[in-house]
Design a protein around this ligand. Structure first.
Ligand code: KIV
Ligand code: ZN
Length: 513
C-alpha cells in the first residue's frame, strides 16, 4: 500500500491574498464546504488576527467542518496565537499554524533579530500553542533561502517543543525542483527527531515551478503539501491543488503515493473559486482550463476516436468535467429546481431556494434553456452577495451609430432611491459614470472582461471588473442575459465589496507576511 499525502488547502488564506481576490463570510463557507466535499485533509480558513472579518471566517468554518481539520495562521507571538485559538476552539479538529522567518535576509532585514532570538521565539510560540492543542504546525518562512544548518536547528527545536507538522515554504518561489527535493532529503537526514513530525512543503509559483517543487519534495519524503484551488495566491500564486493531486493520481506508477481527494469534485471547486474571486482560469491551464481536454488537431481527433488513451492521460470525468447538460427550462417546477441544486452540491436555506427559484423563472422566461453554469451564476448573483449597501434598481441606456451613448441608473442606497443620467464613450462607460456619481465613488476601473457563461446567442453574459480605490483593489462580478445590465451589476458588486473591505480590515492592524 502506498503512503498517503496530506492535502492542506490554503485557498481561504494564501489564496485570498491574491491581488483583488476577497471573499465574504458566506463565500468562504461555500468554498470550505466544497473543500470538505472533496476530502481535503486540512483547510486553512484564514489569519484570525488580521481583521474581524478573518476572525469570523475562521470561526464559522471551524464550526461547520465535520471531517476536515481547520487551521488558522498566526505569527509567532502570544497575542496572535491566542486569537487563532479563540477562532478555532469550536472546531472538531483545530490546528494552530504559527510561522516565523528563518532566512538570513528575513531575520536580519525584516525581523531585525539575531538567529538565537528567532529560534527562541519559534520555540516559545510552539510551546504556547501546544498549551491549547496538540495539533500545532510550525512554518519556517522563506525556508528555501535559509541557511540549511540553521534551518535544521530550528526544526529540531520546534519539534522538541511539540510541533506535529513542520512546514518548509518556498515563500518567494525561488527553488528549483532537484534543489528543493535535496533540501527535504537533507532535513530528513540531519534533524534527529524528524520522525516525530510530518514534513510539509508550501511552494509559491514565481518561476512557474511550484507544482514541480512540491512533487520533488514528495519524492524526497515530504508527506503534506500546501496548495490552493486554481493555484491562486500571493503574486504568481501557490502550487495548484488540482495539478498536484492529478499528478499524484496519474503518475502513481512513478510517485507511489496517493491522496484521499475525491478528484471528481475538482472541477466544481475550480469553478466555485473562480466565480467567487473573479480570478478567471486561463484557457490552457492544466486540469481545469477550458482547453485542458480539447483536441483540435486532426491527427489527435482521429486517435481519440480510435482510442482515447492515445492522447488523453486522464479523463475529463475523473476531474468532474461533464458535457454541459441541458437541465431546466421555463416549465420546470420548484421540485426539479431544488433537485438540480442538490445535484450541483449547492446547499441553500428554504428562503434562499425561494429567492433563487424566482430568479430562475425570470431567467427561463428570457432564455430557452438553462444550464448548470447558468444556475451557478444565478446563485452567485442572487444569493452569495454581500449584505449590500448599494442595490441596482434599474438601468436604461441608448447607444448605436449616430447617437451619443447615455444611460440612466436608478439605485437604492441605504433605503433611499437615487437616479442619475450620464453620457459616456459607450453605454458601459455611461452606466459606470452614473453609478460612480450615485455612490460618490472615485474608484478607477483597471480591467473589464465580458464572457459568455454558456454557448449560444441567448447565453448569460458574465462581466468581471477590477477596480481600485484608496489602495484597495477589488474584483466584482455580474451576470445577466443583457451585458450592459451585467456590467452595472459587476461594478456595483465591486463597490459593495470595497465597502465591506473598508469596514472589515483595520489596515494598521493587518499583519504583513
Ligand atoms: O509563503 C509562506 O511562507 C507562507 C507561510 C506563512 C506558510 O504563506
Ligand atoms: Zn505562502
Amino acid at each position: 500500500m502506498s503512503e498517503n499525502i496530506i492535502i492542506f488547502d490554503t485557498t481561504l488564506r494564501d489564496g485570498e491574498q491574491s491581488p483583488g481576490a476577497s471573499m465574504n463570510l458566506e463565500e468562504k463557507i461555500q468554498v470550505a464546504q466544497q473543500l470538505e466535499r472533496m476530502n481535503v485533509d486540512v483547510i486553512e480558513a484564514g489569519f484570525a488576527i488580521a481583521s474581524e472579518g478573518d476572525f469570523e471566517a475562521v470561526r464559522a468554518v471551524a464550526r461547520k467542518m465535520k471531517k476536515a481539520s481547520v487551521a488558522s495562521l498566526c505569527r509567532a507571538n502570544r497575542k496572535d496565537i491566542d486569537r487563532a485559538w479563540e477562532a478555532l476552539k469550536e472546531a472538531k479538529k483545530p490546528r494552530i499554524h504559527t510561522f516565523l522567518a528563518t532566512s538570513d535576509i528575513h531575520v536580519k532585514l525584516k525581523l531585525q533579530k539575531t538567529h538565537d532570538q528567532v529560534r527562541q521565539a519559534a520555540v516559545d510560540a510552539v510551546r504556547h500553542a501546544v498549551g491549547y492543542i496538540d495539533d500545532v504546525e510550525f512554518s519556517a518562512e522563506d525556508a528555501a533561502r535559509s541557511n540549511v544548518s540553521y534551518l535544521c536547528e530550528v526544526i529540531e527545536a520546534v519539534i522538541e517543543a511539540g510541533a506535529k507538522t513542520v512546514n518548509i515554504p518556498d515563500t518567494v518561489g525561488y527553488a528549483i525542483p532537484d534543489e528543493f527535493g535535496a533540501l527535504i532529503a537533507t532535513i530528513r537526514e540531519r534533524v534527529p527527531n524528524i520522525d516525530r513530525a510530518v514534513l510539509s512543503v508550501h511552494c509559491h509559483n514565481d518561476l512557474g515551478l511550484a507544482v514541480a517543487n512540491s512533487l520533488a519534495a514528495i519524492q524526497a519524503g515530504a508527506r503534506q503539501v500546501e496548495c490552493t484551488i486554481n493555484g491562486i495566491g500571493e503574486r504568481a500564486g501557490n502550487a495548484s491543488l488540482e495539478e498536484i493531486v492529478m499528478g499524484i493520481r496519474t503518475r502513481h506508477d512513478h510517485l507511489k503515493v496517493h491522496t484521499g481527494i475525491k478528484t471528481e469534485e475538482i472541477y466544481r471547486a475550480s469553478r466555485l473559486v473562480s466565480g467567487i474571486t473573479g480570478i478567471l482560469v486561463q484557457q490552457n491551464k492544466a486540469i481545469v482550463g477550458a482547453n485542458a481536454f480539447a483536441h483540435e488537431a486532426g491527427i489527435h481527433q482521429d486517435g481519440m476516436l480510435k482510442d482515447p488513451t492515445t492522447y488523453e492521460i486522464m479523463t475529463p470525468e475523473s476531474v468532474g468535467i461533464k458535457e454541459s447538460s441541458l437541465v431546466l427550462g421555463k416549465h420546470s417546477g420548484r421540485h426539479a429546481f431544488r433537485k438540480r441544486l442538490e445535484d450541483l452540491g449547492i446547499e441553500l436555506t428554504d428562503d434562499e431556494i425561494q429567492t433563487a427559484f424566482v430568479a430562475f423563472k425570470n431567467l427561463a422566461d428570457r432564455k430557452k434553456t438553462v444550464y448548470d453554469e447558468d444556475i451557478e451564476a444565478l446563485i452567485a448573483e442572487e444569493i452569495l452577495r454581500l449584505p449590500d449597501r448599494y442595490k441596482l434598481v434599474s438601468v436604461t441606456f441608448t447607444s448605436g451609430t449616430g447617437v451619443v451613448p447615455s444611460a440612466t441608473v436608478e439605485m437604492e442606497v441605504e433605503g433611499k432611491t437615487l437616479t442619475r443620467a450620464e453620457f459616456g464613450d459607450g453605454p458601459v462607460d455611461a452606466v459606470f459614470k452614473a453609478i460612480k456619481k450615485i455612490c460618490k465613488s472615485r474608484a478607477k476601473l483597471l480591467r473589464f472582461t465580458v464572457s459568455a457563461i454558456t454557448g449560444g446567442a441567448d447565453a448569460l453574459g458574465g462581466v468581471t471588473v477590477r477596480i481600485k480605490e484608496n489602495g484597495y483593489t477589488i474584483i466584482g462580478q455580474g451576470a445577466s442575459p443583457d451585458i450592459i445590465v451585467a456590467s452595472a451589476r459587476a461594478f456595483i458588486n465591486a463597490l459593495n465589496k470595497l465597502e465591506y473591505r473598508k469596514r472589515n480590515v483595520m489596515e494598521e492592524e493587518r499583519p504583513t507576511l
